[in-house]
Design a protein around this ligand. Structure first.
Ligand SMILES: Nc1ncnc2c1ncn2[C@@H]1O[C@H](COP(=O)(O)OP(=O)(O)O)[C@@H](O)[C@H]1O
Ligand SMILES: [Mg+2]
Length: 242
């Protein structure tokens, strides 16, 4: 359903994403893994139409997203790595604002905001300004904002970054409830969570996709007992610095 073909992105001399090809199925829960600087955020930004590739293409249902970016953007949404909530707006206002940007009228924006607050356990914070929420609740709000447009594809860039154990667990449980209802593409460093949740994982290293499959397939392929061992193996730098 999403087909990435020989995707590349350079910033001057720096190659952030290098000839990445990948297919993601409709309804799949896909985890994109990799060390800091591997190129995950850049890949996700290109997939969601926020950054233009230097080379290659991204197709959804056979059509390049860049041939009609506005239309493509209507079916996707992104919760960025740096949580982007409007600090001085309340929880409800943040949600309504997002729905309106995506062309929903006032009434529908309000009813969807209520629906999302229920789904994400934010109802009792409806009138709370976003800036006074805990980090965990801000993250939850950011993801609720990405979901309010009922996207077919949602991108979550490190959704559990900086959360304490309980907030992280709560968020994973919410994501588990959404699994299968839409295509979810996320990046994270929490490999144990990925092992139980993701349908498939892709591991990036220096801008390249260096491993792809279900956790079990990867463990078998590399003869390792855990995803973490696979990760450490495929992302090991063999260059010797002199
Ligand atoms: N706007 C930018 N300008 C210059 N270099 C960038 C920019 N965005 C990302 N990079 C570089 O591209 C590489 C990949 O970054 P990124 O996609 O953010 O990786 P990840 O999300 O896996 O940590 C890094 O080396 C980063 O410094
Ligand atoms: Mg990143």
């Amino acid at each position: 359903m999403i087909e990435i073909k020989e995707l590349g992105k350079s910033f001057g001399e720096r190659v952030a994403v290098d000839c990445l090809s990948l297919k993601i199925r409709e309804g799949e829960f896909f985890a994109l893994l990799g060390s800091n600087g591997a190129g995950k955020t850049t890949t996700i930004k290109m997939m969601s139409g926020l950054q233009t590739p230097t080379s290659g293409d991204i197709k959804i249902s056979g059509e390049s997203i860049f041939s009609n970016l506005q239309e493509a953007k209507q079916m996707m949404n992104l919760s960025p790595q740096e949580t982007a909530v409007a600090p001085n707006l309340s929880v409800k206002e943040n949600l309504e604002f997002t729905a309106k940007i995506y062309g929903r009228d006032k009434k529908e924006a309000a009813s969807r905001a209520i629906e999302m607050m229920e789904k994400f356990g934010l109802t009792d914070r409806s009138k709370t300004k976003a800036k006074t929420l805990s980090g965990g609740l801000q993250r939850r709000l950011s993801i609720a904002m990405a979901m309010i447009t009922k996207p077919r594809i949602v991108f979550l860039d490190e959704p559990t970054l900086g959360l304490d154990v309980r907030a992280r667990r709560d968020l994973w449980n919410i994501l588990l409830g959404l699994k299968g209802k839409m295509t979810i593409i996320l990046t994270t460093h929490y490999l144990e969570d990925v092992e139980t949740l993701a349908d498939r994982v892709g591991i990036m290293h220096n801008g390249k996709l260096c491993a792809l499959g279900t956790t079990n397939e990867l463990k078998e392929e590399y003869q390792k007992h855990s995803l973490e061992e696979v990760f450490l193996y495929v992302t090991e730098d063999l260059e010797v610095f002199v």
